[in-house]
Structure formats: structure tokens, C-alpha cells
Design a binder for this molecule. Structure first.
Ligand code: SF4
Length: 374
């Protein structure tokens, strides 16, 4: 299969693994953060960690949009869904994320709220067109990949003159989050595997300022196993040579400037928020988008006068530390016992891209054995 099989070739994987082992210096440690949940998933699904020498450590970053949404924003969505006459549309993963008191959107739905699972922003717009007597709110989440489709439906709603459609915007920005992690200095990161899908939209240019500021090598990589391994090799080479550049392994989809048409559309509808709360990272300046005043009629926060309250995570849940790259799922005493994909306590176990879900699905026995041996 074109562009799939080529990036899952076993012989090439073994050769890359040998190159990594030869070039990684055993006397030093390499902490490599994959920002994106898709990469975390690939690492476990294809057993990449097992092919790396002991001195190379993958650190799982905050790149799962479901995981990084704080409890206060989940509570806002539940509040919206419970308002009379409101239909809330959201992606499936968000349904099970616990809010305050472990109440989720799924629980609110069971209690009678009109909550619909959608696969795209266009589905939400269609529901608004078909139900003019309801106020339909799209619970928009995601990084730069999902923002353009949200901008499109807001522009379409304006063209259609829809007055029963609004968006609860929770779109967040990747470079700001990586910058916040670097600034905190909590996680020992020597290089970053840059996101794939996000970078198809924003390009590689936005990573250049923090790569320079923190002397941090960045390699943008695709989601196939050979993409990941090639990116790891490229990072090790940069680190060994003392370089800190933004390199692009994913040239088949990412350019330096990204998708300018999508960027223009996003810029037409959205503007930067001064600050936004992230699970794990706290309040991060210039890290999220809000709907511009020009399109305020489609802004659910304004129409329904939502206010945001910061709410602490479950006291035993380590999601915040995992998102900051300072702990891994096996450090959480609830992992795999109290907290499972069927009964998630924190967001990292809910989302298929979350680190806890990836460990649980692919890596829990292997990683536990490794920990026992050390
Ligand atoms: S295992 Fe569950 S409780 Fe523990 S950090 Fe992960 S999501 Fe949170």
C-alpha cells in the first residue's frame, strides 16, 4: 500500500535500530519528548521503545487535546448541555472525560441532557439546520489540525444566517504548550519529536523560535514506525553534534510554511486568548484561540455567559505530571487497577491518544517487567 507499507518495512526498521544503537553514546542519556499522542500510540503499538538502547528515553508530552482540557472546561460543557433547549454536540472521546465529582457528559446524557456524538464540525452544523427549535452548541476541542474545520462551520453558519448554532471553542496551540514545558524546566528534555498532523497546517516555521531560545533540536515526524525511528536517529545526531535545528522528517506532508489557506481561514474567525488553562500546565499565555468579536453571534461562551472555574484533578490521578513529562503512567497507583479504559479516572486513560490508554493497550506488561528488572 503506497505510503503505508514503505514506512513499516521490518528490514529497514532493523537497520534504523542498528544505526540508533551505534550513534547513541552509552555514557550519556537522551530524553526525547514526543509531543503528539499519535506518536505515543505509535511507539507502543509498534514496540519502538524496545528497539532503543537503554540511554534513549521517550517522554510522553501533552499532545492529546482531550487529555489537556482541564476539568473546569468539561464542567462548562456539562453546564451547557443541561441548559433547557440546548443540544450539545461533541466528539466521542470527550463523552467519558470526568468533570467535577466524576460527572461526565455521558452521565449528563443518561440524566436526560441532549448530547450528540459527532464525527466532525459539519455534523454539528447539520444538526443545527435540522433542528431550528434547538440551540445547538458544538463543543470544539483540538490542536491546530481541527481548528480550520471549526472556522469553516462558523463561516457557513454566518452565510446560512443560522441563529441557533454556536461553538464552545477550546482550540489550543502546540508551540505555546511546548514552550511552556521548556520554560518550566521540570522534564529533562534533550530533543522534541514535532507533531505530524498539526505541522501539515502550521508548517515547521513556528517551532524555530523556541528551538533557538531553548537550544532544543526538533524533528517533525510522521506517525508510521519508520518515521518515528528516523526522527529519533535525526535527534540523536543533532544532540551529538551540539546542533539545535528544526528538521522535517515528514516532508511528504509538511512544508516550512504549512497550509496558508487554512491559516487564513483560522485567522479570519479566531484570535489569540490572553491566557488559557491547560490540564497539567496551568495557565499558559497566548496558547489558545477565541472567536473574534466579528463572529460573536456564534460564540457559545458569550451567548450563554459561561464563566470558567479552575478545578483540581482527582488527588491520586497523575495525569498532570504525565502531561508535563515528569511521570509515566506506571507511576500512578491507580493505573490498571482502579483506573482502566472502562472506568477512567483521568483524561489520559479516556482518550485513545492518551499516554495511559497507550500503556494499557500495548505496553503495560512489558513496561512493568522492565521496571521490575531495574
Ligand atoms: S492511570 Fe488513570 S488515574 Fe492514573 S494518571 Fe492515568 S488517567 Fe490518571
Amino acid at each position: 500500500m503506497k505510503y503505508i507499507d514503505e514506512f513499516r518495512d521490518g528490514d529497514l526498521a532493523r537497520k534504523l535500530a542498528a544505526d540508533i544503537r551505534r550513534e547513541a553514546r552509552p555514557e550519556r542519556e537522551y530524553g526525547l519528548m514526543e509531543f503528539c499522542g499519535g506518536h505515543t500510540h505509535a511507539i507502543f503499538r509498534y514496540g519502538i521503545q524496545g528497539l532503543l538502547p537503554d540511554c534513549v528515553h521517550m517522554i510522553h508530552g501533552p499532545g492529546c487535546p482531550v487529555c489537556v482540557l482541564p476539568i473546569g472546561r468539561v464542567d462548562n460543557a456539562i453546564e451547557l448541555a443541561r441548559m433547557p433547549g440546548v443540544t450539545l454536540c461533541c466528539y466521542g472521546d470527550m463523552l467519558r472525560v470526568p468533570g467535577s465529582g466524576r460527572v461526565s457528559l455521558l452521565k449528563a446524557k443518561a440524566d436526560g441532557a441532549d448530547i450528540r456524538m459527532v464525527y466532525s464540525s459539519a455534523d454539528a452544523l447539520k444538526i443545527a439546520q435540522e433542528n431550528p427549535e434547538r440551540q445547538v452548541v458544538f463543543f470544539a476541542i483540538g490542536f491546530e489540525t481541527t481548528t480550520p474545520p471549526t472556522a469553516v462551520v462558523i463561516l457557513q453558519a454566518e452565510t446560512l444566517g443560522l441563529n441557533n448554532f454556536t461553538v464552545f471553542s477550546n482550540h489550543v496551540l502546540t508551540p505555546a504548550a511546548i514552550g511552556a514545558i521548556m520554560q518550566s524546566g521540570e522534564a529533562r528534555v534533550d530533543g522534541v519529536v514535532g507533531p505530524a498532523h498539526v505541522s501539515t497546517v502550521i508548517g515547521s516555521r513556528p517551532y524555530e523560535p523556541f528551538s533557538a531560545e531553548y537550544h532544543m533540536p526538533v524533528v517533525i515526524a510522521g506517525f508510521e514506525p519508520l518515521d518515528m525511528m528516523q526522527a529519533i536517529l535525526m535527534l540523536i545526531r543533532q544532540i551529538n553534534e551540539g546542533r539545535a535545528e528544526v528538521e522535517n522528517e515528514f516532508t511528504r506532508a509538511v512544508t516550512r510554511d504549512g497550509n496558508l489557506k487554512a491559516q487564513r481561514m483560522v485567522d479570519e474567525v479566531f484570535e489569540l486568548r490572553d491566557t488559557f488553562e491547560w490540564r497539567g500546565l496551568g495557565w499558559v499565555p497566548d496558547s489558545a484561540l477565541q472567536i473574534r468579536e466579528k463572529y460573536a453571534a456564534f460564540d457559545a461562551e458569550k451567548r450563554f455567559e459561561l464563566t470558567h472555574a479552575s478545578v483540581a484533578d482527582h488527588q491520586s490521578c497523575e495525569c498532570s505530571a504525565i502531561i508535563r513529562g515528569v511521570k509515566n503512567p506506571l507511576d500512578c497507583k491507580l493505573f490498571g487497577s482502579v483506573c482502566t479504559p472502562d472506568n477512567p479516572i483521568g483524561s489520559c486513560m479516556v482518550s485513545s491518544e492518551g499516554a495511559c490508554a497507550a500503556y494499557y493497550t500495548y505496553g503495560r506488561y512489558r513496561e512493568a517487567q522492565k521496571q521490575d528488572q531495574t
